[in-house]
Ligand binder design. Sequence first.
Ligand SMILES: [Zn+2]
Length: 422
Amino acid sequence: MNINNKFSLTILGGLLITLATTYYLVINHSDIKKYKNINIIKTQQLEVLEKDSTDLEIAYTYKKKYEMQDGETFSQILKKTELNDNEIQKIIELTKEKVDLNKLNIGTRIETLSSIKNDDLLIQNIIIYPDRESEIFLFRNNNKFEIKSNLLKLYPELVYQEVDIQNSIFESLTNVNTPENIIMEFVQLFSFDIDFQREIRQGNKIKIFYKKFNDEKQNFVKAGSIYFAEIKLHNHSYELYRFENENEKLVGYFDSKGKSATKALMKTPINGARLSSGFGMRKHPILGYNKKHQGVDFAAPKGTPIMAAGTGHVEFVGNNGGAGKYIRIKHMNGYKTAYAHLSEYASGINKNVKVKQGQTIGYVGSTGLSTGPHLHYEVWFNGKRINPMTMKLPSGKKLENNDFEVFLNLKEEINIKMNKNS
Ligand SMILES: [Zn+2]
């Protein structure tokens, strides 16, 4: 993208924001009776956009929106605008090179931005949104139209990866160029089932199948969804498939039997991606649960965000002797979780405040009786501390009836695509 592109994008962006925010304020502006059926917006950005105007005249931008109707063609829409036939011809030629005009969907949005010249609207920009990911931008330059299109055009790519875990999941997946967002999401999916510090061993295997979006030069732009994720521990294997029902009322991850990945509490209430395995940790004793200790420790750098392991209410927040800065959350059905040795609390974390599962509540530190930065995590059930590693939580949602049928089909589809990509 060259500087000109960026420049016009910036202007356009500013323009669109201004348009959006002033839309309702100016719709009935009084001195524009001639165009009272359209939205007229006073904007300063246009002075930059329209380089010809050298005087101090106030510039207005006029925005019109069109939506492609059933049976309508692109040129029919252009005929509804203030463009003349020559211009329409030129615009069709330019646009044809960027998108197949015969394949524009019903509902495709087209916008025009105009200035006013001798009481007439003069279209300066035409923006076409052929799909969610892209826009085509036409602009008038020295009275000729130019196209700077596909600025947002993204190319989806399905990626299947299999890796052996070395030091940490983060490092292992970064080495094969898995996008960071995908790594975080992957770890989050398993944080209900896996204790990332004690259960992950060198050589454990990960499989992952996801979508990412690239630009036309194959440079990574953004992460899409994970469709399949698997971790093979030495004696246990966890695999999850993405499920989405038609109306998107339900999106989630389920094992092959249709049981939800999400549970009431997390085993690892911290970003597990960067945690190194409990083996080989020398500086801090990595303690598992035993009578004396009654919690599990996660050694992590100071400042690492700590999440609420489940939804609930903050029951205690403050200094708590040897536990240092400490938070305790009360959940449903007799469960509580506690977090000790924090360096800081997240803002807004006060007594009685409601917290959602996964919300950041504080940060790893070494306050109280602690030998180094770590999170000491406890789970309480009916007033007694229990072992988070072996706790049997009431199982999460299970897909049933029609949803389960749909899930099985989706799962099959994912398996087929995955085989093609591996
Ligand atoms: Zn501890």
